[in-house]
Design a binder for this molecule. Structure first.
Ligand code: ZN
Length: 74
């Protein structure tokens, strides 16, 4: 899990340093309130990998395009 920082937005996949182009919004109902959204950033390649990981756990809520200028958190 990677918090968004003021560094160049990178993919949240372990070991991947590609620029992020997607935001995956997710929620773990066991630890988060229903309206809480965590965000992972993903490159094109890992959008599927990370999305499948979250979807398999029923955590995935939505996937939206990410642009670096869209730098707001939460
Ligand atoms: Zn990646």
């Amino acid at each position: 899990m990677v918090e968004e920082t003021d560094l160049a937005p990178q993919c949240s996949a372990k070991g991947c340093r590609a620029a992020a182009s997607w935001r995956l919004h997710w929620n773990n109902p066991k630890i988060h309130t229903p309206d809480r959204r965590k965000t992972w950033l993903a490159c094109d390649e890992h959008r599927t990998t990370l999305g499948s990981f979250l979807d398999a756990r029923r955590f995935l809520r939505e996937v939206v395009p990410f642009t670096p200028s869209d730098g707001t958190t939460h």
